[in-house]
Design a protein around this ligand. Sequence first.
Ligand code: HEC
Ligand code: HEC
Length: 298
Amino acid sequence: MFAWVRRRAKALSLASVAGLLGFWVATMPHPLRPADIPAHTANIENGKLLYNIGGCISCHMSVGDAAVPSGGKPLSTPIGMLYPPNLTPDPETGLGKWSDVDFVNAMQKGLRPDGSYLIPAFPYTSYAHMKVEDVMDIKAYLASLPPVQNKVMPHAVVALPLIRRGLGLWQWIGLDSTKFVPEPTQSERWNRGAYLVIGPGHCAECHTPRTLLMSSDVSRMFAGGPHPDGKGQVPSLRSLAERGRYKDVKDLVLAFQNGEELGYDKMSSGGMGEVRKHIASLPQADVEAIAEYLMSLK
Ligand code: HEC
Ligand code: HEC
């Protein structure tokens, strides 16, 4: 009897050691190294445009000044309150000491310079589809901002180190880092729109429903669903014309550029008000590109 219990206990502890080892190996970070990213002459203007459509300021604003990405404005998520970090080039509390490859690892692999995993409330799952050069341009734009010293509060999340390590497992299913590939049968404008929507615009983070494992359900891309912050619904972006939401591309462009002012009332709540302003800040050609792509979704 006792021998049996002892044997069982031994088997169990062997299994748990193997399990732990497996977990450890499966969640080991694999960051890019400096040689993995291309040599690139930064284009700060392009970086600014992508920063705008990327909506970085929506989450990384400071409590005091809504125009500066020095971080700290609380972001409520289902796992607890997060305090998005300081993105200004302050060497102590911001990104001042980050190299290009550190930045690309954060934006496209969800990894911090110390190898810990970033929480995907930071939409790196979308930014991962961007061109590496475009990500480097955002870094160059951020580096051109005045440094602001602002140490943000630690996240209020239970068992955060364990969650961070566990995210390594989640990334196996939740992080698809294939780069955007243009659709050769479509126009250049359509492809530009698709890129902005799928990559920097991270529209799928709200407009695509999630599976039980919290990864995007790609079979229902842009079909709408529960709001990721837990409150209310996000509408579908499919068949916008057929459902009578917008007459044509021009109508949707007007909606993005004017919102409620012209009576377009489905773009103001649940974070969409800020997204709409970011879209409206783009050059006319890019707003048209986004609208053309969206109107083609069936
Ligand atoms: C929806 C909210 C949201 C948006 C939009 C967002 N971020 Fe973040 N970001 C976060 C949160 C939350 C964290 C912290 C994640 C963590 O601690 O694991 C973060 C972390 C980061 C980090 C890691 C910094 C560090 O010190 O660890 C970088 C770099 C970053 N974001 C850059 C950006 C850039 C650039 C953009 C725009 C292109 C952007 N973020 C847009 C929420 C957001
Ligand atoms: C933070 C979550 C969030 C993100 C990110 C987001 N949206 Fe939305 N979107 C919403 C919500 C919520 C609504 C409904 C708002 C309302 O009814 O006032 C909406 C509404 C819309 C509508 C109107 C739909 C209709 O039926 O009239 C369009 C078009 C749209 N979003 C496009 C986009 C595009 C393009 C992007 C990316 C650049 C984007 N959204 C990113 C949450 C989001």
